[in-house]
Design a protein around this ligand. Structure first.
Ligand SMILES: Cc1cc2nc3c(=O)[nH]c(=O)nc-3n(C[C@H](O)[C@H](O)[C@H](O)COP(=O)(O)OP(=O)(O)OC[C@H]3O[C@@H](n4cnc5c(N)ncnc54)[C@H](O)[C@@H]3O)c2cc1C
Length: 548
């Protein structure tokens, strides 16, 4: 009988973090959902949390990312294909997200915004899905957001609406009218400019009721979507168009996929470079008002960037706490070492704030169409929240990785994938500086409304440490002329103030702690450096992940 080598005896390793109820195990999420009108949906959200937290979903996510999509440009005889092949695991995620309505549940059947709390409950699901697999959420978020812009062209919205809203995922490469359900993407970024889309060189030539577009896009994600909102120069200037993969006569449209991006993360999802060769498209909105038309879509994708980043943070923190509760170092569990507890609890506090902040922001989107105050809040805070949450995620995930020590640095631990995924939400749909400048733009264009939001936040946090002073300092920064150079500092503080206000609504037990360590005292930017007492540390960890 071969002897078992000493090294084969495995002990003191944390068990896999799988088969978790992503909702029931996340008290800050439950409280934030309840505080923002979603309490009645708790059972359904629990069911979603159980099914997405199953061990099989973790496995599928690994497969989808270990087997990235492949571009097939030509068939064996040299005919163009311009198709992307995805691993079956990717399709499983698409089907699951669409069945759950992540791509459309914030719209009603008549293509109006769905009644509250549609945004909040969908965000809770999106947040849980992002913890498991984020790549496929790219077409999911673009599809639900596209309806906001498509609404500008009622006939197109009617033509495509029912298939967009359908809960059926249909991955076949067929004309949209032959499919049960369809997805939408967007193409704005060109080689010479992504932020500055006015530099777009793609040209649109009018042919009666439709246009022919010639040009390119440098980043166009999820190229197997059934149609794309794209920007191109028409006679009256930059205009928004809807470009289907198939022309109305049934021929494949002129979208030539040149290559797929070799990305840092987001590997289950395809992002393409594409040439448009006389591609058929319909105009969406008026000629020359392309940016204004597509901004409705962009606003919603920015919101989803923040939700997905918070989801990545959640999975990273849960992995870290879980590990620290099982790993013994120097005769005691890691979580019982004061220095480790301080790190984990400080991270838990940051994530509580991010969770409360995004859910409160979603509440503003819920009735935003009918409530001017909430709409103004959404306008000012969306770029600030995207900026702060998406910028927080990479460093947060890295810190969680370190909590797992060497195990955190190897692929099987999941942390490397979360880490590679984290920066993309900050970069796309308006990078950090662009978000801060967008807040300044809101202040310049709708000054009274923006300052009213700031006043409201200051009033909501007046009894919290540092609330009033932070409100004043933000107002002073925003009142200064030529404010671009300190925009990041002011917008960062704005997000923190809004987070404290959101926590006060949803998790009063930690609102004071957050305000004390983020508003009253400057945070060092490294986790474990806040002055938090031992009872508070334990409270934060219990709230973050129940032991057991
Ligand atoms: C994985 C991935 C998927 C993507 N998918 C899509 C897609 O599906 N469709 C699509 O259209 N695009 C997509 N993009 C492109 C993305 O939206 C752009 O990369 C992004 O908008 C930035 O544009 P840019 O790359 O041209 O950078 P630039 O516009 O050149 O910006 C570079 C840097 O300059 C900063 N900056 C810009 N303007 C200012 C200013 N006035 N003051 C100070 N700083 C400034 C920016 O914040 C940024 O940090 C994707 C990108 C990635 C990484």
């Amino acid at each position: 009988m071969p002897q078992l080598a000493d090294s084969e005896e495995v002990f003191n390793q944390s068990p896999p973090y799988v088969d978790v109820d992503l909702y029931a195990s996340d008290r800050p999420l439950q409280e934030a959902v309840a505080a923002n009108g979603g309490a009645t949906q708790a059972v359904a959200l629990g069911e979603f949390g159980c099914s997405w937290g199953a061990a099989g979903m973790f496995d599928l996510a690994r497969e989808a990312n270990e087997n990235p999509p492949r571009l097939r440009r030509f068939d064996p005889r040299g005919y163009r294909l311009d198709q992307v092949e995805f691993h079956p695991a990717y399709h499983r995620f698409m089907a699951a997200s669409i069945a759950a309505g992540l791509h459309a549940s914030t719209w009603s059947s008549d293509l109006q915004p769905a009644a509250a709390p549609a945004q909040v409950t969908r965000a809770a699901r999106f947040y849980m899905a992002a913890q498991i697999e984020t790549g496929h959420l790219c077409p999911i978020t673009m599809t639900r957001a596209a309806l906001a812009s498509l609404a500008a062209e009622r006939s197109l919205a009617n033509l495509f609406g029912a298939r967009i809203l359908a809960r059926d995922y249909d991955s076949r490469f067929l004309p949209w009218w032959e499919k049960a359900g369809i997805t939408l993407g967007m193409g704005m970024t060109e080689r010479q400019g992504g932020t500055d889309v006015r530099m777009n060189t793609s040209r649109a030539e009018r042919h009666g009721e439709h246009y022919a577009i010639t040009g390119h896009k440098w980043f166009m994600s999820a190229p197997m979507c059934d149609a794309f909102l794209v920007l191109a120069q028409a006679q009256a200037g930059l205009t928004c168009f809807l470009m289907p993969r198939f022309r109305p006569d049934g021929a494949v449209n002129g979208l030539r996929l040149q290559r797929l991006k070799d990305k840092l993360g987001n590997r289950s999802n395809a992002s393409s470079e594409v040439e448009f060769a006389d591609a058929f498209a319909w105009r969406v909105g008026e000629e020359g008002r392309g940016v204004r038309t597509i901004i409705g879509m962009v606003q919603l994708t920015r919101l989803d960037c923040a939700i997905a980043s918070a989801g990545l943070m959640r999975m990273a923190l849960a992995q870290a706490i879980h590990h620290a509760r099982h790993r013994i170092v120097l005769q005691k569990l890691l979580v019982d070492h004061a220095a480790m507890r301080a790190v984990l609890a400080d991270m838990a506090l940051e994530l509580e704030a991010a969770t409360a902040l995004i859910m409160r922001l979603c509440r503003s989107f819920d009735p935003a169409a009918n409530d001017a105050k909430e709409a103004e809040r959404a306008r000012l805070l969306t770029p600030a929240v995207k900026y702060w949450v998406c910028k927080t995620a990479p460093a947060f995930v890295y810190e969680a990785m370190e909590c797992l020590g060497g195990n955190g640095y190897v692929e099987e631990s999941l942390l490397p994938r979360l880490y590679r995924e984290a920066p993309v939400n900050a970069i796309w749909e308006g990078s950090g500086n662009v978000m801060c400048l967008d807040v300044l733009r809101a202040l310049a264009v709708e000054r009274d409304a923006a300052f009213a939001v700031l006043d409201a936040l200051a009033a909501e946090t007046a009894d919290l440490p540092g609330g009033t002073e932070t409100g004043r300092s933000i107002a002073a920064s925003f009142s200064r002329a030529g404010g671009e150079w300190h925009a990041r500092a002011a917008v960062g503080r704005l997000a923190l103030l809004a987070a404290a206000a959101a926590l006060r609504d949803s998790a009063s037990a930690v609102a004071e702690l957050f305000a004390r360590t983020r508003l009253h005292e400057p945070h060092a930017g490294l986790y474990g450096t806040s002055d938090i007492g031992d009872a508070e540390l334990r409270l934060l960890l219990d709230r973050a992940l129940p032991a057991g």
